[in-house]
Write a protein that binds this ligand. Sequence first.
Ligand code: SF4
Length: 145
Amino acid sequence: MEKILISACLVGDKVRYDGRSNYTPLIKQLMEKYELIPFCPEVEGGLLVPRNPSEQKNHKVFDNKGKEVTAYFEKGAELAYNICLYLNIRIAILKERSPSCGVHQVYDGSFSGKLVNGMGVTAKYLKQKGVAVFNEEEILSLLNQ
Ligand code: SF4
């Protein structure tokens, strides 16, 4: 069974900044076809649950108190890719709009809810390394392949 790296919050792990999950019901169908490897780059990168929300600005990441947290995000991205290498994972499903996991859109750094086109730190790194990245809204297309 092919393995997929997946944002841990999508399978129900309460690893979001606010201690909640982003459980996605399509996970059950996905598990019939793929072996899912849950991973949270922010937690694995060294951040705690709960934590202050973060957004990207000028190629760096800051929390909503103004503290730069880029190093945690970059470490999480590297660890995500290490797992892909180690387990021969070629596909990742990542939570849209997250500063780590966003695939097509992220928040603009103003903490005002404004979205811009762009990728989270881990999503971008995995894509650069050749991993195919999808968001949770694209799970159906993977199921129909
Ligand atoms: S970093 Fe990714 S996996 Fe972790 S809570 Fe945020 S969206 Fe979910």
